[in-house]
Design a protein around this ligand. Structure first.
Ligand code: GLC
Ligand code: GLC
Length: 631
C-alpha cells in the first residue's frame, strides 16, 4: 500500500479508485462535493497521519464511508441539505430557541418526547437537544456520556427507528434535532473497548493503554484532574494490571486519535447519525481529544485539525449538519473552536458563568467587560447562550481580565463557590459543590436556575433573578438555550443521594424529573412557576419579534451606574438597548446618559413608548429591551 504524500494530485486518483472499489462509482453530486472538499481533507490527513503506514488506506476508507453514507442519505435529508445551502445563516435568526432535556427524565422515552412536540411548539422551540440516548452501561453511565454503541438507542428509550421518526416529526414542527457526539471516549463496554483490551488485531491502538505507570506518571505531570472524586489523575488500572487513559469516569476510556483507524471509525458513526436526521452534533469534551506528553493535553493544535477534517468529511456526505463545541475552558481557548471550518456553534460558558457572578456580587463589570471584549465571533458562527446546563458551573473567566478590574481571581472563585453552596452568610442561593479538589482548591457548583437564583430559599427577588438571567441570555445573540423545566422554576432534586448510581455526582441535583406539578401551575400567576413561565414566554415572544436580536453583533454601552449592565444590539434602522440591573436597589439612569439616542424609544416587551429625555428607572433586578435610534 502506498503512503500519503504531500502532493494530493497523486493521491487523489488512488483514493478515488480505492474508495469506488468499496462504495461503487461516485454519483454526480458526491463527485462534486468530493472534488470541492478533498483538497481540505487531504493536507489535514497528511499532517495528522502522514507518518503512518496506513494513512492513505485509512483516508480512502473514510472517503468510501462518506460515499456510501451519501448513497444512503434519505432524499428528504438531501432536500434539507439544499434548503440549508440556500439559507446558510438559518441558525443566526432571532427565532432560534433551544430546549434541552433528558429523554427518560423529561418524557419517559422517545415516544414521550414526540408527545411533547405540541408543548415545544407552544414554547417556540426551534432546536431540541436530547441528552445522550445511546446504549450505555447499566447503573452509572455518566448520564449516558459513556456510549457502548453509537448505532443503538438505549432500549429503555426506544430504537434508532424511533429516533429518526422523531427527527422527521420535529422537522415538520420546525425543530432541529440535536444530539451529542461523544467522540473523546467510549464506554468500557463498547465493542472496540473489549477488543482493544483483548488485543484483537486492528483494535490495540484504539485507546491509550500502557503496561505500567511509567507513561501515565509522565503524562500526569502536566494534565489536570477532571473528576477527582472518581479517580485521581487521568488513568485507571485494568484488571490485568495495565493502565488506560480515562479523563472522566473510570468507565469512559479516551479514544486514541493518533490512530487514523479511530478517525475513520468515528467519521462513520458521525455520518450514520447525520443520516438519522440529526441536524446538529454537540461535540462533547472537544478540548480533550488529542494528547501529547509534556502538555496539558487540552486544546492542542491537533484537536483543531481533527475538527476540520471531520467537517470536510461532513461537507461531502451530510452537508447541512452543524457542529456545536462543548469546550468549557479558558475563554481564549473556547473561541478557537468557533469557525465555519470547525464548530459553527459553541456554548458560551463565559457569559453563563459571569451572569451568575454578577448576580452574586451585584456588580456587572466582569460581565460587561466580557461582552465588550470576548463576545465577537467569526462571521456566520453563533454562540449558544444559556443560563445553566446539565453540567456544573465553573468560574472559567480569565484571571487577567479580573485583575484589570482589581479582582483577585483565586479568592473571587472561592467566594463564588462559597456563595453558591450556602457557605456565605446571607446568600440567596441553594447550590451544592461539585468535584471539590482539596489538592488544588478547585471546585465547581451545581443547582437548578431557580434554586441558585433564590426561589428555593424563598428570597422575594428569586423569580426576578431567574427572569433577569434569561433576559441576558436571550438578548446577546445566537441560539438561546433553555434547560427544560427551568421555565416553570424547577427546584433542586436532592433525592439523587438515595440512588447509588447518582449519589456520587452532585450534578444530578439539577437534573430532576419533569416537574409535572409546576407545569400544571404555569398559568397560575400566584405561583413561582406561573410567574417565571409568563415572564419567560413574554421574553420569547418579544425576542421573536425583534430582528435586531439576530446574529451576534453587540456594542457595549456605559450606563454610568454601578449595578447596571448595558449593551446595544444594532439593527438596520435602530438599536435594541438592553439595560439590566443586577443590584438590589432601583437604578436611575439619567437623561444625559441616554442623550445619544432620540428621545422617543419603544419598550419591545410591553410595546410602550418611552421618553428617554426623562431618564429611566430600573427596578431591583429589573431590565428593559428598548428600541432606540442613535442621534
Ligand atoms: C461533557 C458532558 C459531561 C460529561 C463529560 C464526559 O463535559 O457535558 O456531562 O460528564 O463530557 O463525557
Ligand atoms: C466537562 C465537565 C466539567 C468540567 C469540564 C472541563 O464539561 O462536566 O465538570 O469542568 O468538562 O473541561
Amino acid at each position: 500500500m502506498p503512503r500519503l504524500t504531500a502532493e494530493w494530485t497523486g493521491d487523489i486518483e488512488e483514493i478515488r479508485r480505492l474508495a469506488s472499489q468499496r462504495a461503487g462509482t461516485f454519483d454526480a453530486a458526491f463527485a462534486r462535493r468530493f472534488t470541492a472538499h478533498f483538497p481540505t481533507l487531504h493536507p489535514l490527513f497528511v499532517t495528522l497521519y502522514g507518518e503512518r503506514d496506513d494513512g492513505l488506506e485509512q483516508l480512502a476508507a473514510v472517503i468510501a464511508e462518506a460515499a456510501a453514507s451519501w448513497n444512503e442519505r434519505p432524499l428528504e435529508l438531501k432536500a434539507r441539505d439544499d434548503l440549508r445551502e440556500q439559507e446558510p445563516d438559518w441558525y443566526l435568526s432571532n427565532q432560534m430557541l433551544g430546549g434541552v432535556c433528558y429523554v427518560d427524565r423529561y418524557a419517559g422515552d422517545l415516544r414521550g418526547v414526540r408527545d411533547s412536540i405540541p408543548y415545544f411548539e407552544e414554547l417556540g422551540l426551534t432546536y431540541l437537544h436530547l441528552m445522550p440516548l445511546f446504549e450505555s452501561p447499566e447503573g452509572n453511565s455518566d448520564g449516558g456520556y459513556a456510549v457502548s454503541s453509537y448505532r443503538h438507542v438505549n432500549p429503555a428509550l426506544g430504537t434508532m427507528q424511533d429516533l429518526s421518526a422523531l427527527a422527521a416529526d420535529l422537522r415538520l414542527a420546525g425543530i432541529s434535532l440535536v444530539v451529542d457526539f461523544i467522540f473523546n471516549h467510549t464506554s468500557s463496554e463498547h465493542e472496540w473497548a473489549r477488543k482493544a483490551v483483548a488485543g484483537e488485531p486492528g483494535y490495540e491502538d484504539f485507546y491509550l493503554i500502557f503496561p505500567d505507570r511509567t507513561m501515565p506518571d509522565a503524562y500526569e505531570q502536566t494534565v489536570r484532574e477532571i473528576f477527582p472524586d472518581d479517580h485521581p489523575g487521568s488513568f485507571v488500572q485494568l484488571p490485568d494490571g495495565r493502565w488506560i487513559w480515562a479523563t472522566f469516569y473510570h468507565f469512559q476510556w479516551d479514544l486514541n486519535y493518533a490512530n487514523p483507524a479511530v478517525f475513520r471509525a468515528m467519521a462513520g458513526e458521525m455520518l450514520f447519525l447525520a443520516n438519522q436526521g440529526v441536524e446538529i452534533l454537540r461535540m462533547d469534551a472537544v478540548a480533550f481529544i488529542w494528547k501529547q506528553l509534556g502538555t496539558p493535553s487540552e486544546s492542542l493544535p491537533e484537536a483543531h485539525l481533527l475538527l476540520r477534517a471531520f467537517n470536510a468529511v461532513l461537507r461531502m456526505a451530510a452537508p447541512s449538519l452543524l457542529f456545536k463545541s462543548e469546550a468549557i475552558v479558558h475563554p481564549d481557548e473556547v473561541i478557537e473552536y468557533v469557525s465555519l471550518e470547525e464548530c459553527q456553534l459553541s456554548y458560551n460558558p463565559l457569559q453563563m458563568a459571569l451572569t451568575w457572578e454578577a448576580l452574586a456580587t451585584r456588580d456587572p463589570r466582569l460581565l460587561q467587560q466580557a461582552l465588550e471584549r470576548r463576545h465577537a465571533l467569526p462571521a456566520g458562527t453563533a454562540w449558544v447562550n444559556y443560563v445553566r446546563s446539565h453540567d456544573d458551573i465553573g468560574w472559567t473567566f480569565a484571571d487577567e481580565d479580573a485583575a484589570e478590574l482589581g479582582i483577585d481571581a483565586y479568592s473571587h472563585r472561592r467566594f463564588l463557590n462559597d456563595f453558591y453552596v450556602t457557605r456565605f452568610p446571607g446568600s440567596f442561593a441553594r447550590g451544592v459543590p461539585f468535584q471539590e479538589n482539596p489538592k488544588t482548591g478547585d471546585a465547581r457548583i451545581a443547582g437548578t436556575t431557580a434554586s441558585l437564583a433564590g426561589v428555593e430559599a424563598g428570597d422575594p427577588a428569586g423569580v426576578d433573578r431567574v427572569l433577569l438571567a434569561h433576559a441576558i441570555a436571550m438578548s446577546t445573540g445566537g441560539v438561546a438555550l433553555l434547560y427544560l423545566g427551568d421555565e416553570v422554576a424547577q427546584l433542586n432534586d436532592y433525592s439523587y443521594v438515595d440512588d447509588e448510581t447518582t449519589a456520587g455526582d452532585s450534578r444530578w441535583v439539577h437534573r430532576p424529573r419533569r416537574p409535572a406539578e409546576r407545569y400544571d401551575q404555569r398559568t397560575d400567576a400566584a405561583t413561582d412557576a406561573g410567574r417565571v413561565y409568563s415572564g419567560l414566554t413574554a421574553l420569547i415572544r418579544a425576542r421573536q419579534g425583534t430582528p435586531e436580536f439576530a446574529g451576534g453583533e453587540l456594542i457595549g454601552f456605559d450606563a454610568r451606574h454601578p449595578s447596571v449592565l448595558a449593551y446595544q444590539r444594532p439593527g438596520a434602522d435602530a438599536v435594541i438597548l438592553v439595560l439590566a440591573n443586577v443590584g438590589d436597589d432601583p437604578a436611575l439612569i439619567d437623561p444625559l446618559t441616554l442623550s445619544g439616542f432620540s428621545s422617543a424609544a419603544t419598550d419591545v416587551l410591553s410595546g410602550d413608548e418611552i421618553d428617554l429625555a426623562r431618564g429611566l428607572a430600573l427596578l431591583p433586578h429589573g431590565f428593559v429591551w428598548l428600541r432606540a435610534t442613535p442621534r
